[in-house]
Structures are given as structure tokens and as C-alpha cells.
Design a binder for this molecule. Structure first.
Ligand code: C2E
Ligand code: MG
Ligand code: MG
Ligand code: MG
Length: 281
């Protein structure tokens, strides 16, 4: 009985701590928006065939004054629940698009969009405004929508209007969520980003079933006219297998970690006329 009471008290205080932690996080997040504590890191996407840079994905970082750099995994959900993701996401889109206008024309910028943002009033107009104000060509902008979300008819409508602007749409984290091949064909998707979970399993024997699964995803995507991107490529072996499976673009620590805006130009330059060692021989 005594230990039971202790347990209840412990449970109680954990709950309170969690609630306080959330309230604290919300306050901090509001301050962060006001004080401009967010920064973007840019991760390269390179051609599997040539190693040349085809684009960058903008990834949000929060420079918390006390905690240091906070990962999006630790604050995006709070930002979504509170609606703060809308102003934060608008700033991400504007900043990333403006930076991309300073890059060579063939280099795209991919920006993640939360479903909360997608469903907010005036989202399509805000994308159109950013394109007009920054002068970025619509074809150079790509919106990444997470596949783990249930996409309903109104989301589909918004995506169609985005696509009408000429903006590309990528299905992010493909293979982890609910979308079926059938539902994919109803969406204006240009690119499939195959989730890291499928890529990280490719280090073993290439004849095994995991490679077959990866190859099947690429084949289906290609047959639907979609380009494939392998997420989270960390080893030479993984890159070789995904390339052999017909995947067009690779993104991951092997090619490059998310980097500050100031390093992007040098990275693009370092990959100019780049050929993978095997192709150069
Ligand atoms: P995501 O869009 O799937 O982004 C890829 C994540 O995988 C990034 O994590 C990236 O740093 C990480 N990654 C890339 N290559 C590798 C690799 O080779 N190995 C491993 N282990 N990880 C790799 P990050 O930056 O922590 O972002 C996590 C998620 O947060 C993103 O997943 C995205 O869903 C979300 N996110 C990031 N920025 C934004 C944003 O501006 N808006 C919204 N709504 N969500 C964002
Ligand atoms: Mg993404
Ligand atoms: Mg992803
Ligand atoms: Mg992911």
C-alpha cells in the first residue's frame, strides 16, 4: 500500500513535469519566433548517376538560448499543436526560396510542409507570394509532404493548386505511412522520397529480399512517371545498391550533412562536372 501511494505520487509529479515542460516549450517557441532563433540547414540531393548536385532540402534548426541547437523532432509537434508552425513555416519557405535564387538555375530547393500549414487559410496564396517576391522560378521549388499523414480531399485540392503554380511536390518518408499506390496516382506528386528505413537495410547481400522491395518501389514509381529519391544514404554500399535499382537521386550523410547556407555555394562548386569514381574510369 505504501509503495502504491509512492507510485501514484511519482506518476503525478511526472505528469506535472510533462505539462510544465510543454508549457515551457510553448513559451520558448513563442519567444523563438519573436527573436528569430530559427535557422535553416541545407542538405544536398545529388544525382545517383553523376554525383552532381540537383537540389537541397531546407531543414529547420532552433538555436535555443539555453539548450543549444534543438532538432525539429523535438519541437515540430508542439509547433503544430499550437499553430505556431504556420508563421514558422512561412518564414522557412521565404528564407529558403530567397537563398535558392542565388544558386545556379538547375539547383532546386525542397521545403517540408506540415499538414497544419497545408490546411491553414491562404496557404496557396502565401506560396504564390513568395515566388513573386523572391523571383524564384516555380519549377525550382519543391514542397515535401509527409506520407505518414492521411491526405483527404481538401488536402488534395490544395496540392493540385500548388502544382498548378508549377511547384513540384514530393512525397516524403514514403513507405512509412498510409498512402497506397492507388491514392498516389490521384495526387499531383512528382517525386517519391523512399524512407531511410528501406535504405538502411541494404548493406547486406544485394540479392536478398530487401533489395527486391526497394527495387519494386522504384519500379512502381518509375512506371507512374515519378522520380525517386533515396533518403538517409550513409554508405557506399547503399548508394551502389539504390543506384543499381534505378533510383535517380540520393540524399544522406554519405553525400553531405545538412550545412549552413554559407557553405552551399562551395559544395555546389565542388560537385561541378563531378563523376563518380567508377564512372570516370
Ligand atoms: P525529413 O523531411 O524526412 O528530413 C530528413 C531527416 O533525416 C533530417 O532530419 C536529416 O538531417 C536526416 N538525415 C539526412 N540524411 C541522413 C542520414 O544519412 N542518416 C540519418 N540518420 N539521418 C539523415 P532533421 O533535420 O532532424 O529533420 C527531421 C524531420 O523534421 C524532417 O524529416 C521533417 O519531417 C521535419 N522538418 C524539418 N524541417 C522542417 C520544416 O521546416 N518544416 C516542417 N514542417 N518540418 C520540418
Ligand atoms: Mg523532408
Ligand atoms: Mg524524409
Ligand atoms: Mg524522414
Amino acid at each position: 500500500k505504501v509503495s502504491g501511494r509512492n507510485q501514484i505520487r511519482r506518476f503525478d509529479s511526472t505528469l506535472r513535469e510533462r505539462a510544465t515542460g510543454r508549457a515551457r516549450a510553448l513559451l520558448d517557441l513563442r519567444m523563438a519566433v519573436q527573436n528569430g532563433e530559427f535557422e535553416l540547414a541545407y542538405q544536398p540531393q545529388v544525382s545517383a548517376a553523376t554525383g552532381a548536385v540537383v537540389g537541397f532540402e531546407a531543414l529547420l534548426r532552433w538555436n535555443h538560448p539555453v539548450s543549444g541547437v534543438v532538432s525539429p523532432a523535438d519541437f515540430i509537434s508542439v509547433a503544430e499543436e499550437t499553430g505556431l508552425i504556420v508563421p514558422i513555416g512561412a518564414e522557412v519557405l521565404r528564407t529558403a526560396s530567397a537563398l535558392a535564387t542565388t544558386w545556379p538555375d538547375h539547383v532546386r530547393i525542397a521545403v517540408n510542409v506540415s499538414q497544419v500549414q497545408l490546411r491553414s487559410v491562404g496557404y496557396v496564396e502565401s506560396v504564390r507570394n513568395v515566388l513573386r517576391e523572391t523571383g524564384l522560378a516555380a519549377e525550382r521549388l519543391e514542397i515535401e509532404v509527409t506520407e505518414s499523414l492521411v491526405i483527404d480531399d481538401s488536402d488534395r485540392e490544395v496540392l493540385l493548386r500548388i502544382a498548378e503554380l508549377g511547384v513540384a511536390i514530393a512525397m516524403d518518408d514514403f513507405g512509412t505511412g498510409y498512402s497506397s499506390v492507388a491514392s498516389l496516382s490521384l495526387l499531383p506528386v512528382d517525386r517519391l522520397k523512399i524512407d531511410r528505413a528501406f535504405v538502411s537495410q541494404l548493406d547486406a547481400d544485394p540479392t536478398e529480399s530487401r533489395t527486391a522491395v526497394f527495387r519494386a518501389i522504384v519500379d512502381i514509381a518509375e512506371s507512374m512517371g515519378l522520380e525517386t529519391v533515396a533518403e538517409g544514404v550513409e554508405t557506399d554500399r547503399q548508394r551502389a545498391v539504390v543506384t543499381e535499382c534505378g533510383c535517380r537521386v540520393v540524399q544522406g550523410y554519405l553525400e553531405g550533412r545538412p550545412m549552413p547556407a554559407a557553405d552551399v555555394d562551395a559544395f555546389i562548386e565542388s560537385r561541378r562536372n563531378y563523376r563518380l569514381p567508377s564512372a570516370a574510369e
